[in-house]
Design a protein around this ligand. Sequence first.
Ligand code: KIV
Length: 305
Amino acid sequence: MSALPIETPRASAPNRKSPVTFGRLAEMKRAGDPIVMVTAYDHPSAEVAQNAGVDLILVGDSAAMVVLGHSSTVPITMNEMIMLCSAVRRGAATPLIIGDMPFGSYESSNETAVMNAQRFIKEAGCDAVKLEGGGTSVERARAIISAGIPVMGHVGLTPQTAAALGGFKAQGRTAAAAQKVIRDAQALEDAGCFSVVVEAVPAAVGEELTKRLGIPTIGIGAGRDTDGQVLVYHDLLGLRDGPNAKFVKRYADLRGQAIAAVTTYSDEVRAGIYPGPEHVYSIEPGELSELRETLGSINASEDQS
Ligand code: KIV
């Protein structure tokens, strides 16, 4: 079977030669240059993200759902996250790589939070970590930053605690609720976070929050006026079955293409088409004759015994 066509990066993708820095992100906010973040969970997806010229890669705990098949982000462990982050690090050198601290890895104490954040940096080579929520998460963020590790916050819909928020649904839809989202984000900025993800809030709330923060906001379902956008890799590539959140835009149908490709492979194996002559290794005729003679004499001696 011939190889699938390889698409070259679009002309608009910045051809990055030097790594993105935290200073560069701050400059992008000041200049009004949109920041692009995508999730990745393994070596090939990291390579794709880097080749596409994204600024930030988030190794999201969404891996629990899109890679490991759980029904929420809660079950993923530190060890699983470290393995995924290490693979992503090996696949991408220029985007900043942010490791998502999983549920249970930072809530109980500053010490636990710092110890687990250090694992993302030391063992997986991440540049920063992300944690969810305001409240005690602000204190955890401050502790991790004091230990020298850059932190990204995450407000609005926080999937690790979605049940407490009434499920996977938009947040900040009343004045009071929106104020809380903005206050949480401001507290994270005051704690020293370099950026904050804003998930599933009305576009106007995303805009108000972004105007009030000095650090870049990265929206997912937070409208057009955040400083950047993030999407889950599997969602944007159409790698997943089933309904998507309102904010997801599918840029491809890779699941459909993958099913078609594996179906064609299966059909060709069953029909004796694959492997074709171009896929097989050869052996010198003289070597083959010798092999057959040797096998023949082995068989003959086995028959006599
Ligand atoms: O885990 C994740 O992928 C995330 C993004 C949705 C921001 O937190």
